[in-house]
Design a protein around this ligand. Structure first.
Ligand SMILES: [Zn+2]
Length: 654
């Protein structure tokens, strides 16, 4: 369909890269042939700061679920010192891991859940504190980091297992995953404070892994059971390795990504990202969505570390398989399973964890490839799916959401056949399923911010657009750029460049939808970027204006939806909210929403026009099959809705 064709066009640059064949001997696939440099360099956490609405959103997360999750689920966070005195040993048989189904006789190695809850939450929390400069939260973040590093053992071990379990598994475990989630947060803190003791401790923790899981002489992903959630989450230990490589320049960290992906590929596991499955272009994605979408980064890491043409081909295949899973809002299918279905805006939900992880993978590919199309996909996810699964009026999120959402009463669009399905509701916690999505809802905005600005040999790149400021060094000279805008809610951006006297390219990613632009400076255009090359001096402004129009698009099923610039539009369905749970902490609650009345409307080939130039409110006419008449419909950005209709079937002529 149209959407797919557009994406394939966007990725033409990436797909045209020299590729090898997937028929090569598998043993050769993982060889290092040189490594590929990343096209753009991502910047450290503190060099890019949010302003405007993005800063407000991060602050409101700190005032809401991100700032209070430890108090909302104290048993999972404050009372379980899982990296310290409550480390798991063979004697642990049960534990409260924050889910209805989590009790029962389990082996200790399975009980890693609270490490993910704690450390993904801490990662978002630390980054949010840094990005807002909130002194109280910064102090708490500092205490946490110091506390974590105190738990590290003299040999470098930083993890959740006692000596009787460490690095000795033949089944599900959270050894690498617990470290990944914790070390990502500690690395963010290091980039903020630049305290080399913190870096030394992080390196010691990683070297402890590399010593105990030696390259080509161990099997960190071996499992007698092919369904091993925590074990395979651990593949994104590559996030930590790549960041350490970028910080220290030590190639052994990056090279270790090749070994991890090789061992992951050689084990019997039910995972989409294994090499042999990616090499098979006819095999569709079936796995747990969040694994599949985060593993995209691990495959990219192994591909870039090795330079292997077969891994490059596998990466390209992986991207081609993921594209059909993307809904109009950018939300990637998986409820929690992809299960071989292409995206379906009504019948297949997407998980908040997957929203974050796929956006994170696309920003990683944007840096690696420089392909502007990945920036469009990341913006689409953050501005639409991520905003559209947040409650627009209070601090809570949907664990699962669909683009067409006519009911949020626990089940998918009013379905009540599975009594334990509670994911389709708004909660600041979702403890009745798993406290995974809320921590990730606190990570997504900080990760978007960090990737808004990047660098290359020629200059500084506005890679993802929105209100922000960057202060960095270019060839030894200090440069500050303020990006003044309410994008994507307005389409004029002023870049205020301050530097003493520096020659460089200001490169601005031009969104694929932007047909018409105006730039206040002389510029060239290359591969999806607007390039302004000059000798920058003192303080100079560049004003960039986009002139978006409402565009009618089609999804995988051929149904119609509408975009205005970077925003996907939706028809609001009026709803009534019902509080289903309260918390000891005032201001937090779980909410169900049911429609006041609801008819699915159909696309009647009518134009959509902006109602008022100063408002994001659009008007059109749609066909109502019940009344057999067209009716006036207002459309709004999907992020401003709770219940909604995003896609519209073609009005049939019967
Ligand atoms: Zn989740």
């Amino acid at each position: 369909m149209k959407t797919l064709i557009i994406y394939l066009y966007l990725f033409s640059l990436f797909f045209l890269m020299e590729t090898g064949t997937c028929q090569a001997q598998e043993s050769n696939v993982f060889r290092k042939t040189g490594g590929i440099p990343e096209t753009f360099s991502p910047l450290p956490v503190f060099e890019v700061l949010p302003t405007g609405w993005i800063k407000d959103q991060i602050q409101s997360n700190l005032d809401g679920f991100t700032g209070h999750l430890d108090s909302l689920v104290p048993d999972l966070i404050l009372k379980d010192d899982i990296y310290g005195k409550n480390r798991l040993s063979r004697n642990d048989k049960t534990k409260d891991v924050g889910a209805i189904t989590g009790n029962g006789e389990l082996q200790a190695q399975f009980l890693w859940w609270n490490s993910e809850t704690q450390s993904n939450w801490r990662d978002g929390y630390i980054r949010s504190a840094i990005l807002t400069g909130d002194q109280d939260h910064l102090l708490k973040a500092k205490d946490y980091v110091q506390g974590m590093l105190m738990k590290q053992e003299p040999d470098g071990y930083l993890g959740i297992y006692d000596k009787d379990l460490r690095y000795s598994f033949d089944n599900e475990n959270g050894e690498l995953w617990a470290k990944t989630t914790a070390l990502r947060g500690l690395l963010a803190w290091y980039e903020f404070v630049r305290n080399f003791t913190v870096l030394k401790d992080i390196e010691a923790a990683v070297r402890n892994v590399m010593k105990n899981y030696p390259v080509n002489a161990s099997h960190p992903f071996h499992s007698v059971n092919p369904d091993a959630g925590g074990l395979t989450h651990g593949l994104v230990f590559t996030d930590v390795l790549e960041e350490l490589w970028r910080i220290t320049g030590k190639t052994e960290y990056r090279d270790y990504c090749i070994f991890l992906y090789k061992d992951f590929s050689e084990q019997v596991l039910n995972e989409d990202a294994q090499y042999s499955k990616l090499a098979d272009t006819l095999l569709s994605l079936k796995g747990h969505g969040v694994h599949t979408y985060e593993h995209l980064r691990a495959v990219a890491a192994a591909c870039y570390a090795s330079g292997s043409p077969e891994l490059k081909k596998a990466l390209q295949n992986f991207i081609k398989k993921i594209i059909p899973e993307i809904n109009p809002s950018g939300g990637p299918s998986g409820d929690e399973w992809i299960a071989g279905h292409a995206a379906d805006a009504t019948n297949h939900g997407y998980e908040y964890c997957s929203i974050h992880e796929l956006m994170n993978s696309f920003t990683d590919l944007l840096a690696k490839t420089g392909d502007a199309g990945f920036g469009d996909l990341a913006e689409k996810i953050f501005f639409n799916a991520a905003q559209g699964a947040r409650n627009p009026v209070e601090s809570s999120i949907a664990y699962l959401k669909t683009d067409n959402s006519c009911s949020m009463l626990g089940g998918l669009n009013g379905d009540t056949t599975v009594k334990t399905q509670t994911r389709y509701k708004y909660s600041p916690v979702h403890q009745d399923v798993a406290v995974c999505c809320v921590p990730n809802a606190g990570r997504i905005a900080p990760y978007y911010v960090q990737n808004m600005w990047m660098k290359d040999e020629q200059g500084i790149i506005a890679a993802l657009l929105g209100p922000s400021e960057v202060e960095t060094e270019f060839k030894g000279k200090q440069v500050k750029i303020e990006e003044k805008t309410a994008y994507p809610y307005e389409n004029t951006i002023v870049f205020m460049v301050t530097t003493f006297d520096t020659e460089f390219d200001l490169k601005i990613r031009k969104p694929a939808w932007a047909d018409k632009i105006r730039v206040s400076e002389v510029y060239t255009e290359d591969k999806g970027y607007i390039i302004i090359h000059k000798q920058w001096k003192d303080e100079q402004d560049v004003t960039l204006t986009f002139y978006p129009e409402v565009k009618t698009r089609q999804d995988n099923k051929g149904d119609y939806y509408f975009t205005y610039g970077a925003l996907v539009l939706a028809r609001r369905i009026e709803s009534i909210g019902q509080q289903t749970k309260t918390y000891p902490l005032q201001g937090f609650r779980d909410m169900h929403y049911k429609p006041l009345s609801f008819n699915t409307l159909e696309f009647a080939n009518q134009k959509v026009i902006q109602k008022r130039i100063d408002r994001l409110e659009f008007i059109t006419s749609m066909y109502n099959r019940t009344s057999e008449k067209n009716e006036t419909v207002l459309l709004f950005p999907v992020g401003q809705t709770i219940l909604r209709q995003v896609t519209f079937k073609q009005k049939s002529t019967e």
